[in-house]
Write a protein that binds this ligand. Structure first.
Ligand code: ACM
Ligand code: ZN
Length: 542
């Protein structure tokens, strides 16, 4: 592994009569070799190669569109008539690892991106876009530094979770977020589609889920309705995605090499579902989704076979909409009071020889896992699905512990610990000058210092740590610009944690590179928090 990185404090090098911006790439590539000379980026064709597959052509078109937007010059997919080539994309038959690429920017004017899969070509294109100066508008014949970059990700799961249940975000906003994730080579969008305060995905067999569960009287959480953006025609707060919307977003994500992991919470956090179908609860209801933050007794009855039939019907439609391998079933923070007092749940426990209600949760998850497995998908759930025994092929998402135990017994794990990955927490201790948040404190430096592999995990089990993700719960985040504010720049730090080699992490280099990215955010209209305050001591959140 080589790190030959040009001194990052030297931002501008004068070459001939032009300023060339030195590379300020985030996440930092595995290897950057700065070469003599500069390359002229001449407006022209992006060449995906003869006989290119449609997916490769799509990347060429994507790159042409982004280059045209950023420079206001004409870049386009190569046609037979073109003579001026700006960039070549080449899929090579190599043994290179998935998602890796080589980007060569040679003196003269040819730029080449080579990879063994389309994801690699796409990431090479994203890196090339980061070689442009933040404001490249109207510059004919831009000069780029001459470099050779070889790059590959450290982890396969580079994620971001967005809660659209507490507050709703439109398909256009979600697509914008996917574009912003792709800029930083994040490849997993965990879409938290349902919770106590809202059900956001159309299920054809159970229309009341969205007719009732997608709308509530108020913005909720004591927030000012004027700061929120999602209202129905009758003034109620909410919204949902039709199945056509979901297909459109999935296709959009696929074109950005992002897999969507849908989350359908069960058996707890289900007040919105049970408001629509109370017959699947222990008490028969009624339930409401006009709820503050917290944990509620909107829990499915685990003694009623009808609850499982309902969940399987819902999951069948979800599986049909989302092509990715993982289906997230939540499983966190289940209040078992209702199960203690329910004759059906108690009968189930007796019949199955169970002594504690947590075993009933395990029963619930195992039964759902059989259904998910039978559809050739894999179940993932929050830390708590371990309690009472983890289903055989299940993966866990560690927010509250359990990674070491799960990985050491052969289960795959995604790291998103509360302390380091909860982007709903404050970014500064000066909370009087921050938008109201759920609490906690997660400064940029702490995200950057986060190490996904638990130190106590034995080396032979490290392969089970698939990666990590940032979680954005939205109780106090009622608009998309606020979403961006909570994400940027912390998501850039998370991107470097999950993509770049562990040994290459360097806070000074990262914070210098970020200065260029703040300018890019200004150009792209991304809302962000500029840490103009002096760096603060990292401390535990909550
Ligand atoms: C969680 O934060 N309850 C997963
Ligand atoms: Zn029950």
């Amino acid at each position: 592994m080589r790190y030959r990185i040009f001194p990052l404090t030297l931002w501008l090098v004068t070459s001939a009569a032009f300023a060339v911006t030195e590379p300020a790439i985030i996440p930092l590539p595995k290897s950057i070799e700065r070469r003599e000379g500069v390359c002229e980026l001449i407006p022209g064709a992006i060449d995906p190669g003869a006989d290119a597959r449609p997916e490769t052509k799509a990347i060429a078109r994507f790159l042409a569109d982004r280059l045209s937007e950023r420079t206001r010059q004409n870049f386009h997919l190569k046609s037979n008539l073109d003579s001026v080539k700006a960039v070549e994309l080449r899929l090579a038959q190599t043994q290179a690892s998935p998602e890796s690429y080589t980007l060569t920017v040679k003196p003269g004017h040819l730029i080449n991106i080579e990879a063994s899969d389309e994801a690699g070509l796409f990431y090479g294109a994203q890196t090339l876009l980061q070689l442009l100066p933040p404001d490249a508008k109207g510059s004919a014949n831009l000069q780029l530094p001459s470099v050779q970059i070889q790059d590959q990700p450290r982890f396969q799961w580079r994620g971001l979770e967005l809660d659209v249940a507490r507050h709703f975000f439109s398909t256009d906003e979600v697509k914008r977020l996917l574009d912003e994730m792709a800029m930083y080579k994040l490849n997993t969008f965990h879409w938290h589609l349902v919770d106590d305060q809202g059900w956001r995905i159309e299920i054809k067999k159970y229309p009341k889920l969205t007719q009732l569960g997608a709308w509530r009287q108020n913005v909720g959480f004591g927030l000012d309705p004027k700061k929120a953006t999602a209202f129905g025609p009758d003034g109620r707060y909410g919204g949902f995605y039709t199945q056509a919307d979901i297909r459109e977003v999935v296709a959009y994500a696929t074109s950005r090499h992002i897999n969507i992991v849908p989350e359908i919470e069960m058996p707890g956090h289900s007040s919105a579902a049970l408001m629509a179908y109370p017959q699947f609860s222990c008490t028969g209801g009624p339930f409401t989704n006009d709820l503050p933050g917290g944990i509620f007794d909107g829990v499915f009855c685990a003694g009623n076979d009808g609850s499982f039939k309902f969940m399987e019907d819902v999951l069948a439609e979800v599986i049909d909409l989302f092509p990715g391998k993982f289906i997230h079933i939540g499983g966190d923070e289940v209040l078992t009071n209702n199960w203690k007092n329910c004759a059906k749940c108690q009968a189930r426990m007796k019949q199955e020889g169970m002594h504690h209600e947590m075993e009933l949760e395990s029963y619930f998850i195992r039964r759902i896992e059989k259904f998910i497995d039978a559809h050739d998908r894999r179940l993932i759930g929050w830390s708590e699905i371990r309690e009472g025994g983890l289903a055989q092929d299940a993966a866990i998402m560690d927010w509250a512990g359990g990674a070491i135990e799960a990985a050491s017994s052969g289960h795959d794990v995604v790291m998103s610990p509360l302390k380091d990955c909860y982007f709903d927490h404050y970014q500064s201790k000066d909370i009087a000058n921050e938008p109201h948040s759920i609490g906690g404190y997660l400064p940029l430096e702490q995200v950057y210092a986060f190490e996904p592999i638990p130190a106590k995990l034995a080396p032979e089990f490290r392969k089970h740590i698939l990666g990590a993700q940032a979680n954005l719960w939205t109780e106090y985040i009622p608009s998309f610009s606020h979403v961006q504010y909570m994400l940027f720049p912390r998501i850039c730090a998370m991107a470097e944690v999950v993509w770049s080699p562990r040994e290459a992490r360097d806070w000074n280099s990262f914070s210098h590179r970020l200065e260029i990215h703040y300018k890019l955010f200004d150009q792209l209209g991304i809302n962000y928090r500029h840490p103009s305050a002096p760096p603060q001591q990292a401390s535990s959140a909550k």
